[in-house]
Design a binder for this molecule. Structure first.
Ligand code: ATP
Length: 253
């Protein structure tokens, strides 16, 4: 459902995303893990069609995002890492605005809005201006907007940041149920437990390249084969994070 071929983004001489090849089939929940600056957000923004690749292609359901952006975006919901929303709209007005972008209006979409707002405990805030929402409430509103038109593919950047434990649990269950129904979700996360908990497959990205990809069980087996215990050890080994011993040396220097 999502196909990346040679996907590349350069800023001047710096390569943020380096010839990524990846296929995520329908019904899969795929996770991007990687350290700060690995290229996760850049990749997700190119997939969502809001950042133009320097090279390579993105296809959503077979449609090239650069060549045919409107048709590709119609199949897609994008949840950014920071919830910027026009503050002078109410939650309901924002959701109607987003539904309108996908040419949807009327009683069915109003019902779906109400269901999503109730799911995230926002029902009583429906007619309040977004300026009165907390960070987590804004995040929940943006998440609701991405599910409104039932897109085939949802691309989501750091979905759990700012959510309370109840909302995080609801979101994980929603992701699972959504992919079980044949939709596709690609998410980035820093939280290894979240990736282990919900993702069917994971890619570990560093310096714009995929260093390892597979199911959690496959990655854990790879970790053990290279003398590491569990996903965390493997992640740290692949991404070259500093060992505690090195940190002590830095602190003592
Ligand atoms: P984080 O986990 O910290 O959010 P990330 O994996 O999402 O990181 P990106 O935001 O994709 O990383 O950034 C990848 C690299 O590209 C970083 O080195 C970043 O500094 C660089 N970069 C991103 N946007 C720009 C830009 N507009 N101009 C120049 N460099 C950029």
């Amino acid at each position: 459902m999502i196909q990346l071929h040679g996907l590349t983004k350069r800023y001047g001489s710096f390569t943020a995303v380096d010839a990524l090849d990846l296929e995520v089939p329908a019904g899969e929940l795929f996770g991007f893990l990687g350290p700060n600056g690995a290229g996760k957000t850049t990749t997700l923004r190119m997939i969502a069609g809001i950042l133009r690749p320097t090279g390579g292609t993105v296809r959503i359901g077979g449609i090239d995002v650069t060549a045919n952006p409107a048709a590709a975006k119609a199949k897609l919901g994008y949840i950014p890492d920071r919830p910027f929303i026009y503050e002078k709209l109410s939650g309901a007005e924002f959701l109607r605005f987003v539904a309108g972008l996908y040419s949807q209006q009327g009683p069915a979409i109003e019902r779906r809005m109400d269901e999503l707002l109730a799911l995230f405990d926002l029902a009583e805030w429906k007619n309040e201006l977004v300026e009165s929402y907390s960070h987590g409430m804004r995040q929940k509103l943006i998440i609701s907007s991405a599910f409104l038109h039932r897109p085939d593919v949802i691309v989501v950047d750091e979905p759990m940041v700012g959510l309370d434990p109840k909302a995080a649990r609801i979101l994980k269950d929603l992701f699972r149920e959504y992919t079980r129904r044949g939709h596709t979700i690609l998410m980035s996360t820093h939280t290894l437990e979240v990736a282990e908990d919900v993702c069917d497959r994971i890619a570990i990205i560093q310096s714009g390249r995929i260093r390892a990809a597979g199911t959690v069980a496959e990655l854990v087996a790879g970790a053990e084969a290279s003398g590491q215990r569990g996903l965390e050890g493997y992640f740290l080994q692949l991404t070259g994070e500093r060992a505690a011993r090195e940190l002590v040396e830095v602190l003592d220097a």
